[in-house]
Design a protein around this ligand. Structure first.
Ligand SMILES: Cc1cc2nc3c(=O)[nH]c(=O)nc-3n(C[C@H](O)[C@H](O)[C@H](O)COP(=O)(O)OP(=O)(O)OC[C@H]3O[C@@H](n4cnc5c(N)ncnc54)[C@H](O)[C@@H]3O)c2cc1C
Ligand code: FES
Length: 261
């Protein structure tokens, strides 16, 4: 893990309140694994003072990392205004990423909203490392509305089948993404489910995984102050009641069976 000041390669608006930013980084960050994250802060330490966590969305070959972000408040609002060539503080790679599939069964990739951020990186990684073929993977993308559906074309370009749902029915079926996931699991159990999204979606998926006895790894979010296990602010309750798990160091990726929802 390193902390460094890095140059912004680009910062692009990709629709609605979503942006992609490219950061020029050294070897340690380029070697990050899918599911790991970075903490960002503006170097002059203006408000907000605390670093903010973001999943690594992709590796820019030999150059740096890419982040997909949604503008929700002070930090992300300011981030959306930075220009190419400006500088930002980065700390990472942090946390534990996704573990490779342990069997040769199919792979389901499930993402809700901005939870898609680490899942495109994961999909590319699985294909590049030949852990599965594109025909053995299915992607399930859920969002509130059409404009919140991200990266569908990127997944399609990888040759992956993409199932889409929206809450308002503006694209795909009007239902929760967990509905088609459960139907597909019932039809043919995959070897593993990988997921990232809002807590309600992850809770529902953990239930599906338990019911059909499918291993599942979920990437969780929590409010983070330090990102390195020092402040204990990111605790979530584990199934083992004797201990809390810390999203920044024990996760953000967990076996869904280890979390008490
Ligand atoms: C491990 C991890 C990975 C993340 N990856 C990404 C990513 O790839 N892309 C991305 O856009 N965001 C990601 N987030 C969320 C991101 O860190 C927050 O959106 C960001 O910190 C908000 O900062 P802000 O100052 O703009 O908003 P704030 O002013 O801090 O908050 C604005 C609003 O957003 C809510 N909010 C803040 N943080 C979170 C959070 N973690 N989860 C849900 N709601 C939150 C607040 O409650 C508040 O309502 C990740 C979070 C974690 C823990
Ligand atoms: S964010 Fe400080 S312990 Fe996890």
């Amino acid at each position: 893990m390193i902390t460094e000041k890095v140059r912004i390669l680009w910062n692009k608006h990709v629709g609605s309140s979503y942006y992609k930013i490219g950061l020029k980084c050294g070897y340690e960050l380029i070697a990050a694994k899918p599911g790991q994250f970075v903490m960002l802060r503006f170097e002059e330490r203006t408000l907000p003072l605390l670093r903010r966590p973001f999943s690594i969305h992709g590796i820019i070959e030999g150059e740096g990392v890419e982040i997909l972000y949604r503008v929700v408040g002070g930090f992300t609002g300011r981030l959306s205004e930075v220009k190419d060539g400006e500088w930002i503080d980065i700390m990472g790679p942090l946390g534990k990423g996704f573990f490779p599939p342990e069997n040769s069964g199919g792979i389901f990739i499930v993402a809700g909203g901005i939870g898609v951020a680490p899942m495109l990186f994961l999909s590319k990684y699985i294909l590049e490392k030949k852990m599965a073929s594109s025909s053995g993977m299915r992607v399930f993308l859920g969002a509130g509305s059409k404009e919140d559906l991200l990266c569908r074309d990127d997944f399609s370009r990888l040759g992956l089948e993409v199932v889409v749902t929206t809450d308002d029915g503006s694209d795909g079926e009007a239902c929760l993404i967990t509905n088609p996931v459960e139907a597909a699991v019932r039809e043919k159990r995959p070897g593993i489910i990988y997921a990232c999204g809002p807590p309600g979606m992850l809770k529902c998926l953990a239930g599906i995984a338990e019911k059909y006895e499918v291993p599942s790894q979920i990437s969780m979010e929590s409010v983070m102050a330090c990102g390195i296990g020092a402040c204990l602010g990111c605790a979530v309750e584990g199934k083992d009641e004797s201990r809390y798990l810390h999203v920044c160091v024990d996760g953000p990726v967990f076996d869904s069976r280890d979390i008490k929802f």
